[in-house]
Design a protein around this ligand. Sequence first.
Ligand code: ADP
Length: 270
Amino acid sequence: MMPPLEAVARAGGPFYVPVGTERAVFAAAYRSGLSILLKGPTGCGKTRFVEAMAHELDRPLITVACHDDLTAADLVGRFLLRGGATEWVDGPLTTAVREGALCYLDEVVEARQDTTVVLHPLADHRRSLPIERLGITLAAAPGFGLVVSYNPGYQSVLKDLKDSTRQRLVAIEFGYPAPEVEEGIVAAEAGVDRDCAAALVRLGQAIRRLGAELREVASTRVLVAAARLIAEGLPPRVAARAAVAGPLTDDPAATRGLLAVIDSYLPADD
Ligand code: ADP
């Protein structure tokens, strides 16, 4: 049985509210040496979850935000010129492999496919990292775990994960939490009362129903940001315009739609 939420919070880990079976699946996959794929839209708690699991499993966490210029050398390491001499410097993946840390590659589809290929021998039963430039293959230290995330909404044919990469991973699906759970997260993260959090969550759900008109819908992250502005004393509509409408779209028609939804879900400013 997983310990209850209170136990996790008491143990001094990051504040994380479990939303399903994700902790059990993560722990089982990690213990059996399988690599983990976290799937879900931005701002739904993937990074916070990995931080909480690293704490729960008592492993250091090394996080890499992937982008389309990320090369295999950025992950593995490179020779650098220092004081006239060349010196090998480990990349974050190599450090995690040597130290037995959790390595979290956030938005892995952003990285070039030749980059993700270096993950293959690590992600399967070999659990090893070949470093061509050094002519060695490192065996992963006990405790090493590979976690990658991606947002299926952003995927394009080009950026879709290779099947050979996908099939080396155990997938955990993330979505937005149930309303009562999300209310608790917003209230606790921002220090606002339950009524205020509930109004923001209803607003978030209304925006999620707008769906197709927006590239991204309102995430838990933007609701927490709006709640923080309210906790700082801003009127709710002003807070939501700044933290929710502004970040979600630049399109004038979509903005008008969002402002109308904000005005119908949040009380008028004094
Ligand atoms: P992602 O990595 O999926 O983009 P994050 O983990 O950064 O999202 O989550 C964004 C914010 O939403 C967090 O900083 C936190 O305030 C809040 N959050 C989302 N889900 C949870 C959760 N289950 N427990 C606690 N906080 C959460």
